[in-house]
Design a protein around this ligand. Structure first.
Ligand code: MSP
Length: 479
């Protein structure tokens, strides 16, 4: 039996959960469920990122203490993840006392650690720089467009303080080597080349602590400082396992898959591995950066007013169809565009008219013509085993395309054979066809299990019943 440790980013609580967070979390859940289905020992982690200036400011705006604000926002994430049947094994909050303790311990060890070039991993320096609170990161002049952060469209703030610095520049060569050799496999391939390109342009050291951010974890060896929120957040992946000597840590580290969008790939592919190398720890096996999507062709933003919430999706399509629809839009690694209209079209083509229609036609014919008993137990006419191989590589979209192509084939096969006439003219032949299709429906139920866990149970139950009945539609029409 192998183990599979999969993580999502921990989401900032200044935002309410939206379709972007939902997309990553659902994708991770599908992969976690796939691995459980094949009997791997799975640990699936998600959570919330609750420290830093960005959150402190949002709390202030909301007129709440940082902790009250974080509590309130985190509840929303937990509520929607539960409605969407997200099967995480743990939910980490960076304000959990255990995370705070472990992050502090990590820094204590980092202070004693050496870089691959035998320098101290942490050193003190006076620093002046431009800080974008939206990114929670320092920016170079060359990163800016018209003096503003290209992602957040705000001018970064001039910050001048004494900090502890992490000697990231010393890790350049070792990271190049490990990423080049896929010791840390960056997926998709194009993203790996991007990271290698970035490494080739040279790494600068980063401020590992902040003196003017109070809403954070105190640096154990320097009370004037809090831990830089990104480095603190990355530690969640091991604090949730009880590093350094927790049983879960022993069992599950290193991560088999860190999943996120490309916006935060560098933190996961460069800073995080460097932190781990400094402490001589095993490195994550795969860092997978999926694409970033727009909504109706525009960047999702409150100002544009095009933010789609998980509630919008669940109310319209139901939780399980939402899971299917999000992943059926474009390959996990690609950028794309999503709109409520496109999701609705997909609901109709793939779910009501596709899978739903196939199931009700086949079961109805068996119920009406064979008294609900499969006349001939025959093998399924299609082999779906390739779907497992696809999910093994994180190809959730490709797996759904394959499922859909089989559904389309089956619906056309029924049309071509005119099975509804065949049951009257050549009942035996119709029986063989329907027996095969019932098997196919069971296989489809199994293949869909990671995507729609409850609906697929229903499908399997309907198709394996002793006396098959058409039952009620699985995918009701939506307005
Ligand atoms: N708190 C950090 C992550 C720390 S992980 C140690 C953070 N949080 S976030 O709330 O901004 O979440 C970013 C992530 O949300 C993206 O990497 C992605 O997983 C998801 N997405 C947010 N918007 C998205 C899109 N428009 N498209 C695709 N993914 C989206 O960064």
């Amino acid at each position: 039996m192998s183990k599979f440790y999969i993580t999502t980013p921990i989401y900032y609580v200044n935002d309410k959960p939206h379709i972007g967070h939902t997309y990553t979390t659902v994708a991770a859940d599908v992969l976690a469920r796939y691995h459980r289905q094949k009997n791997d020992e799975v640990f699936f982690l998600t959570g919330t990122d609750e420290h830093g200036s960005k959150i402190a400011r949002s709390a202030q705006k909301a007129g709440l203490s940082e902790q009250k604000f974080a509590d309130k926002q985190t509840k929303l994430y937990q509520k929607y993840w539960s409605e969407l049947l997200i099967s995480n094994d743990a939910f980490v909050r960076t304000t959990d006392p255990i995370h705070e303790k472990i992050a502090g311990e990590f820094f204590t060890q980092l202070k004693k650690a050496k870089t691959p070039k035998d320098n101290l991993a942490l050193y003190e320096k006076n620093y002046e720089g431009l800080y974008c609170v939206g990114c929670e990161a320092y920016k170079k002049e060359s990163d800016l467009e018209d003096g503003k952060c290209p992602d957040h469209k705000i001018e970064p703030e001039k910050v001048s303080e004494k900090n502890w610095f992490f000697k990231l520049s010393d890790f350049e060569d070792v990271l190049k080597k490990k990423i080049g050799l896929d010791e840390i496999k960056i997926m998709p391939e194009g993203r790996k080349n991007e990271v290698l390109g970035f490494l080739a342009s040279g790494l600068e050291d980063i401020a590992a602590t902040r003196s003017k951010v109070d809403w954070g974890i105190r640096v154990p060896f320097d009370e004037t400082q809090t831990i830089y929120v990104w480095m603190e957040a990355l530690i969640n992946y091991i604090s949730a396992l009880g590093w350094p000597d927790g049983e879960k840590f022993e069992q599950f580290w290193p991560a088999d898959l860190h999943l996120m969008a490309k916006d935060i790939l560098k933190f996961h592919a460069i800073i995080w591995p460097a932190m781990l190398i400094a402490l001589e720890m095993p490195l994550p096996k795969v860092v997978f950066a999926h694409g970033y999507f727009t909504i109706n062709g525009e960047k999702m933003s409150k100002t544009v007013g095009n933010v789609i919430s998980p509630a919008d999706l669940i109310n319209k399509f139901g939780a399980e169809s939402t899971r299917y629809l999000l992943l059926s839009q474009f390959p996990l690694g690609s950028d794309g565009d999503i709109s409520m209209e496109k999701l609705k079209e997909k609901y109709e083509s793939d779910l009501s008219n596709g899978i739903g229609n196939l199931i009700s036609r086949v079961l109805n014919l068996v119920e009406k013509n064979f008294d609900g008993k499969i006349p001939h137990p025959v093998k399924s006419p299609k082999d779906l085993s390739v779907i497992g191989a696809m999910l093994e590589e994180g190809k959730t979209y490709e797996a759904l395309v394959k499922i859909q192509s089989v559904v389309t084939w089956a619906n056309q096969y029924i049309d071509k054979k005119k099975v509804w006439e065949l049951v009257k003219t050549k009942k035996d032949e119709a029986g063989v066809i329907l027996g095969g299709l019932v098997e196919l429906i069971i296989d489809l139920g199994n293949a869909l299990m990671p995507f729609m866990p409850e609906t697929s149970q229903k499908i399997i139950k309907l198709a394996t019943a002793e006396k098959i009945v058409k039952g009620e539609g699985l995918f009701p029409r939506i307005e």
